[in-house]
Design a protein around this ligand. Structure first.
Ligand SMILES: C[S@@+](CC[C@H](N)C(=O)[O-])C[C@H]1O[C@@H](n2cnc3c(N)ncnc32)[C@H](O)[C@@H]1O
Length: 218
């Protein structure tokens, strides 16, 4: 998926991936990571996810990374927040209290741009990327995480030939392959989610698995 694809999705308000509620796996599994209050959580490819508000409400600092300015602005306006805005050379930073949203290309941002990270949360980021971009994403993510950093990864799996992504199917074997050299991978949970996702069955998908993982940077 190139940048233009996502910018156009936001312009056309085609944001079916956005959840109106906080993600249930986040609420269930985040406490098991055992993070200290005030830890700084990276949310790559964050959209306008309400999960960031939940993380802040739990006492964490949040740094979301998002390509689309429409998404970034919507996150703040739709939640009644007025951010401070700082323009940098190749990104724009929106800050409100303990939440910072960096509007820029995840693949171009450096550790210096993003700062100290103590944990990460990926819901619909890895699965938003086509196969060819996923190794670069996994490598980039690992580069930003100090050794010992934990994170929660939520993926989808289905028969890829039944539907074109995004969201893409990322099978368990690929998760292991992508992160084997950088992270310890623990599979936490699998849920058969087809019955809750009419838009997938309408497009011909016959089985849909939601998977939650705990990753820990080696
Ligand atoms: C499927 S959406 C998921 C958003 C969010 N994680 C959620 O759960 O709602 C993927 C998001 O990644 C953003 N995105 C795609 N490529 C990106 C990139 N290279 N850098 C930053 N954001 C990107 C898109 O604009 C889109 O908002």
């Amino acid at each position: 998926m190139d940048r233009q694809f996502w910018l156009e999705r936001w312009e056309a308000r085609q944001t079916g991936f956005h959840q109106q509620q906080v993600n249930s796996y986040l609420q269930r599994y985040w406490p098991t990571l055992g993070l200290k209050p005030g830890s700084r959580v990276l949310v790559p490819l964050c959209g306008k996810s309400l999960d960031m508000l939940w993380l802040e409400a739990q006492g964490y600092r949040v740094v979301g990374i998002e390509l689309s300015r429409i998404a970034a602005e919507s996150f703040f306006t739709e939640n009644g927040l007025i951010p401070e805005i700082r323009e940098e050379k190749h990104y724009t930073c929106f800050v409100h209290k303990k939440t910072e949203l960096i509007c820029g290309d995840f693949f171009r941002l450096t550790a210096e741009d993003i700062g100290q990270i103590d944990a990460f949360y990926d819901r619909a980021a890895l699965i938003a990327l086509p196969p060819g971009q996923r190794p670069a994403y996994a490598t980039r993510l690992a580069q930003l995480l100090p050794s010992g950093t934990p994170g929660l990864l939520i993926t989808l799996d289905y028969k890829q030939h039944e539907m074109n992504g995004p969201p893409f199917a990322v099978p368990h074997s690929e998760v292991l392959e992508l992160f084997e050299s950088s992270c310890a991978v623990e599979h936490l949970f699998h849920y058969d989610a087809l019955k809750d996702n009419l838009r997938f069955s309408e497009r011909g998908v016959t089985g849909l698995g939601e998977h939650s993982y705990c990753l820990k940077r080696i």
